[in-house]
Design a protein around this ligand. Structure first.
Ligand code: SAH
Length: 687
């Protein structure tokens, strides 16, 4: 059987549907899954085990048999804990077939074959009765169905169903309860991920300010959760406006309702400021007493000694629909609305008299900008430092008779080019969403007659689109919404090649070139997500390690993966090295570009992998980096561009070995850019 998988093609900038082996999808899912990260989460595992032991004891003390229902068993871990704690029988439910198969193997290997029945079904399909999947209802309900937003993976409907059909009344639940906490903050940095700020342009005829359409300013944005490693957000980047308060909690031992609802708290700001952001996280109490607590609270709330790094549960950033000035001591009301799968927030100055005044509608982007620009992209467009590099470069290359064509998705470059004196500006907008957003944008700035939007793919560009003019300045950031890895924005080069016949013979291309850079790093924590687990709380889960390894090797060559490294601290072990350059003044060559070499390791540390990123050379002496910004101290701590994802290639040999016999002194690399596919293949060896 074959399946179709969506993938961006860097040579066309488009999403393509490729026919893949039926195993492809699930190998991807396993290779990139969070199972390894969960198994490494010692704090989580220990507390689940404590909670499960306590629940089994309580049931036994009542003289009952302990019958466990483990929904979403994954590796079977929680069921094995229950069986070890003395449970009489466990029903381990897992919907994902490859995981259910792995659970069967793991359960058997650990000797729990008689105690644990793995059922490969969604819990809502499970039947109870003499001929059913379960002989009888369970009296212990164990689950780990939570995401960073708590309910995003469908925990509520699953619990609702389980209480109705699969467990006894008065059952013990592990976890017993979850509580969601919030804190109101002002943060220009985080607010810049959701709203476009006015952009200042110093032009020859005075300062111009690019503004957003009011529709954009008042748009509530998109409902998808913004989950980040909040512990990497320095305290100087936000101002706390309220204490931490409990927003709502869910008791998992009682019937759970998943229907949409809302919760309201009164807040007394501890500081005056602009309420923009609600930071949120949760904790779970594994037992009714609350003595076994596992919390996602960030660094300023809990002591660092209790700190456990994890990537499968982080913290949430919610954007209020509008910023709201608040005064210290003057009470406000914060409302959390939720449906079955997501949460959103609104702030009121006065307590709404009638319930109808509460909006329970989930935020929907009305302005389309939130569909075109994701949160890092908003941050990037709001980065005035970055913008000023483009302004400086444009000033260098633009002349009063310049005819300018911009190729980038939803870019402000055409506006900059116009204000900085180009005679005529065209912009290629590939999709109807980007065309529509740019139209609104130009209108709000009274530029609708000044900049011409062409909704065509580069290869379909005609002279009539360009009013029979030749392009003297071709510009791109470059940025394309389909890019996943840094080099996917090389689509600009392909587009430049496709429009060659429309370029003047003395055309200036901005950026004139790009380069791929590489550095060997040691991660503080990120390596864990790709590291095998072996045993977890005494249970042999190597089958899982093997399965992940097998999935990673499913494609002959391992691939680099995108990660926003500002969230994942690392230190450099080598100097950054330029490994390939791409000359945009020329067309894409027929042959591939490859390079080989070696980098010396300058610092002691574990070479977890190589980080790769692109730099764009806009004009003479002006470059922007999408990766490393600087190495901040002698320890090699790195500062990364906060608006881009970098490519990480993990060295499995290092990550998998506990101890290194020989500390490598250098790393050799072979990197190949296939101009036919737009992909970069790489290979590294530690010497
Ligand atoms: N219990 C394991 C794994 C947790 S990950 C551990 O704690 O280590 C959650 C798992 O639940 C995933 O494997 C997912 O496929 C499965 N899952 C989620 N909702 C489910 C449902 N309603 N029925 C069955 N499986 C479910």
């Amino acid at each position: 059987m074959k399946t179709f998988c969506g993938r961006a093609n860097p040579t066309t900038g488009a999403m393509e549907w490729l026919e893949e082996d039926e195993n492809y999808d699930y190998h991807q899912e396993i290779a990139r899954s969070r199972y390894a990260d969960m198994l490494h989460d010692k704090d989580r595992n220990v507390k689940y085990y404590q909670g499960i032991r306590a629940a089994v004891s309580r049931v036994k003390e009542r003289g009952e048999k302990a019958i466990v229902l483990d929904i979403g068993t994954g590796t079977g871990l929680l069921s094995m804990m229950a069986a070890s704690a003395g449970a009489d029988f466990c029903y381990a439910i897992e919907v994902f077939k490859p995981m259910a198969n792995a659970a069967v193997k793991i359960v058997e290997k650990n000797g729990f074959r008689d105690k644990i029945k793995v059922i490969n079904k969604h819990s809502t399909e499970v039947t109870v009765g003499p001929d059913g999947d379960m002989q009888c209802r369970a009296n212990i309900l164990v689950t780990e169905l939570f995401d960073t937003e708590l309910i995003g993976e469908g925990a509520l409907p699953t619990y609702e169903h389980a209480h109705k059909y699969l467990v006894q009344e008065g059952c013990e639940a592990v976890p017993h309860r979850a509580t969601v906490y919030v804190q109101l903050v002002e943060s220009k940095r985080m607010w810049s991920w959701n709203k476009l700020f006015p952009v200042h342009v110093e032009a020859e005829d005075g300062e111009k300010i690019i503004v957003s359409p009011s529709e954009m300013e008042n748009c509530p944005g998109v409902p998808s959760v913004c989950d980040i490693q909040l512990n990497q957000m320095p305290s100087r980047d936000f101002t706390i406006l309220s204490d931490v308060v409990t927003m709502f909690s869910v008791d998992f031992s009682k019937p759970v309702r998943s229907a949409s609802t809302y919760y309201r708290v009164q807040l007394e700001p501890v500081k005056s400021g602009k309420a923009q952001i609600v930071l949120s996280w949760w904790d779970i109490d594994m037992d009714p007493s609350g003595m076994i607590n596992c919390t996602m609270a960030p660094y300023w709330v809990k002591s660092t000694s209790a700190f456990q790094w994890r990537d499968h549960w982080m913290q949430c950033v919610y954007f209020l629909p509008n910023e709201e000035p608040v005064l210290q001591g003057e009470k406000v009301y914060l409302t959390a609305c939720r449906d079955e799968y997501s949460v959103w927030y609104t702030l009121q100055k006065a307590s709404p008299e009638n319930k109808a005044a509460i909006s329970v509608e989930s935020p929907v982007c009305r302005c389309q900008a939130h569909l075109l620009w994701n949160r890092p992209r908003f941050g990037q467009l709001n980065d005035q430092n970055r913008t000023s590099q483009y302004i400086k470069s444009l000033m260098k290359v633009l002349k009063t008779d310049s005819v300018c064509l911009c190729i980038s998705d939803g870019s402000l470059l055409p506006v900059l080019a116009h204000y900085l004196g180009a005679k005529q500006v065209f912009t290629l907008e590939n999709s109807s969403v980007s065309r529509s957003v740019m139209e609104k944008f130009f209108k709000a700035n009274h530029l609708e007659d000044k900049i011409k939007i062409i909704e065509a793919r580069p290869e379909l560009l005609t002279s009539s689109h360009l009013e029979d003019k030749k392009i003297s300045v071709l510009v791109g950031e470059p940025f394309f919404t389909t890019s996943l890895l840094p080099w996917h924005n090389l689509y600009f080069w392909y587009a430049r090649t496709a429009v060659t016949s429309h370029l003047a013979s003395n055309v200036t291309v901005l950026p004139q070139s790009a380069s791929l850079h590489m550095m060997i790093v040691e991660f503080q924590d990120l390596w864990r997500i790709r590291s095998p687990c072996g045993t977890c709380e005494g249970f042999d889960v190597q089958t899982m390690d093997d399965m992940i390894k097998n999935s990673l090797n499913f494609r002959e060559s391992k691939e680099a993966e995108p990660h926003p490294l500002w969230e994942y601290p690392c230190k450099s072990l080598s100097d950054p090295q330029e490994v390939l350059t791409f000359d945009f003044r020329k067309t894409v060559p027929q042959h591939s570009l490859s390079t080989e070499g070696s980098v010396n390791l300058l610092r002691k540390g574990k070479s977890h992998g190589a980080v790769l990123w692109m730099e764009y050379h806009l004009a003479a002496d002006i470059s922007v980096s999408t990766g490393l910004l600087q190495i901040s101290n002698e320890k090699g701590n790195c500062e990364w561009n906060p608006h881009c994802k970098q490519a990480v290639y993990f060295f499995s040999s290092v990550i998998e070995s506990e101890t290194l016999s020989d500390i490598p002194s250098a790393v050799t690399y072979a990197i190949n850019f296939n101009t036919k596919t737009g992909d970069i293949a790489m290979d590294f060896k530690l010497l």
